[in-house]
Design a protein around this ligand. Structure first.
Ligand SMILES: Cc1cc2nc3c(=O)[nH]c(=O)nc-3n(C[C@H](O)[C@H](O)[C@H](O)COP(=O)(O)OP(=O)(O)OC[C@H]3O[C@@H](n4cnc5c(N)ncnc54)[C@H](O)[C@@H]3O)c2cc1C
Length: 415
């Protein structure tokens, strides 16, 4: 609201919203840039923002084939957390939470960061083992992650009333207090405005159809608005990674899978925490600021470019939810949607140079909303300096050659 008084709000309402101040320009592409970023989601826009802010590189274009945030950034369930298993994952995700908690101020744009806490129910010794392993890694990096007894869960979540006939009874929980929800499209818009105000050109409806190279180095991108010359090109296209990397003659170790989510009608506040039920495939739910119960689960287990999923996922997740919250059986389903995710084989993001000089890739992976600011910052570092940020040294493509994988697969369902 800092830019608008109540009077300008009223004036715009009465004049058909024709005089809103534009949040970013819509320039025609220049013939040449120092850096072209492909993909106007949070990762691409954030990378452009940090290129300008941290490295003073402002001759940058973000080219987006549709509209800003229209990919996965505007489709996700807004969960941000850092409970991971590996030493390469936790500090990276912690940086992201730190950045999220200061970004509204940095961008002068309200990202509606809401610290909720996340409870993962423990329903088997396998989940208990993973929780303890995570807690150990997290404690090394100063991240709080602690066990909850059943009475403690009941105290935090008064509507918690698991069925006595649950297939896997709930034995307790594990809790990350810092897990949060962040308004997803505000992240794209905030980064876009911040980048634009530093001179970055944001070009929508501009689809990249080819990546030109000479002597093993990138020279620019072919688009539906003509050829754009570039010294460096960064790719942050989430579910289109294989297609775009292939334009540069590269094959990435990823598979593209659909991921669905759905929301109920809005109800009064009943659920503050984000809860994860791991009895089936890792169902998670939380209540949005609008009052909807937001529900999701792991990816559909097959490769697809369709932005829709199969009904069995909804069925499994609903069963899991109703075992723990039987009163939700009366909720009406309001909306359902899906996105496409590029999944690296070890379940961790890829932020990397490639065999083509000047061509860099950011593959967000399964839970790339939570990583958006950290990925953007470290991707900008990589592009600007042609060397990895210390936090992402082990998240490059070389791990698929040297076998030093950062295995997070199997724990990613709790988005
Ligand atoms: C249902 C669902 C729920 C999710 N929930 C969570 C969650 O709670 N927490 C979490 O951390 N993550 C979650 N995710 C994952 C998260 O949304 C993504 O990992 C993240 O948003 C990726 O951001 P991005 O900027 O890399 O990609 P995107 O936001 O997808 O942006 C990529 C952009 O590239 C553009 N593009 C593609 N090809 C081209 C081309 N050839 N030329 C120009 N532009 C192109 C696309 O149009 C798109 O706008 C969820 C995803 C889904 C689908």
């Amino acid at each position: 609201m800092s830019h608008f008084s109540i009077f300008s709000l009223a004036r715009n309402a009465l004049t058909g919203h024709k005089n809103w101040e534009k949040m970013w320009r819509s320039p025609d592409p220049k013939k040449e840039y120092d850096v072209v970023i492909i993909g106007g989601g949070g990762h691409g826009l954030g990378a452009a923002y940090y290129l300008a802010k941290d490295h003073g590189i402002t001759n940058v274009a973000v080219v987006e084939k549709g509209w800003l945030g229209g990919g996965n950034t505007g489709r996700n369930t807004m969960t941000v957390r850092s409970n991971f298993l590996r030493e390469d994952s936790v500090p990276f995700h912690e940086l992201s939470i730190d950045l999220y908690h200061q970004l509204s101020k940095d961008l002068n744009y309200n990202l509606m960061v809401s610290k909720r806490g996340m409870i993962t129910f423990i329903q088997s010794s396998a989940v208990n083992r993973i929780a303890m392993q995570m807690a150990n890694t997290m404690h090394i990096y100063g991240a709080e992650y602690r066990m909850l007894s059943l009475p403690e869960i009941k105290q935090r979540v008064p509507i918690f009333s698991p069925s006595e006939n649950m297939r896997l009874p709930i034995l307790g929980g594990v809790y990350q207090p810092r897990a949060s929800m962040v308004r997803h499209d505000a992240v794209a818009w905030g980064f876009a405005r911040g980048a634009d105000s530093r001179g970055v050109d944001i070009i929508q409806n501009c689809e990249v159809s080819g990546i030109r190279r000479e002597s093993g180095a990138v020279t620019g991108v072919e688009t539906n608005r003509g050829f754009i010359k570039a010294k460096k090109v960064g790719m942050a296209v989430a579910g289109h990674g294989s297609v775009v990397a292939n334009m540069a003659g590269l094959r990435l170790p990823i598979v593209t899978q659909p991921l669905q989510a759905w929301v109920s009608e809005p109800i009064k506040p009943v659920l503050n925490e984000i809860v994860v039920i791991r009895s089936y495939y890792g169902t998670y739910l939380m209540q949005s600021d609008k009052g909807e119960i937001v529900i999701g689960q792991g990816c559909d287990p097959y490769a697809s470019y369709a932005q829709r999923g199969t009904f069995s996922i909804i069925e499994d997740a609903t069963n899991a939810m109703l075992e723990v919250f039987p009163s939700f059986s009366r909720l009406k389903l309001l909306r359902h949607w899906a996105g496409m995710l590029d999944m690296p084989f070890d379940g961790s993001p890829i932020i990397s140079k490639t065999d083509v000089d000047g061509f860099y890739v950011d593959v967000a992976g399964s839970g790339g909303f939570k990583t958006t600011p950290a990925a953007a910052k470290t991707f900008a570092h990589l592009i600007a300096r042609n060397e990895s940020h210390p936090l992402t040294e082990n998240l490059g493509l070389s791990r698929f050659q040297n076998g030093r994988l950062v295995q997070e697969g199997g724990v990613s369902a709790n988005r």
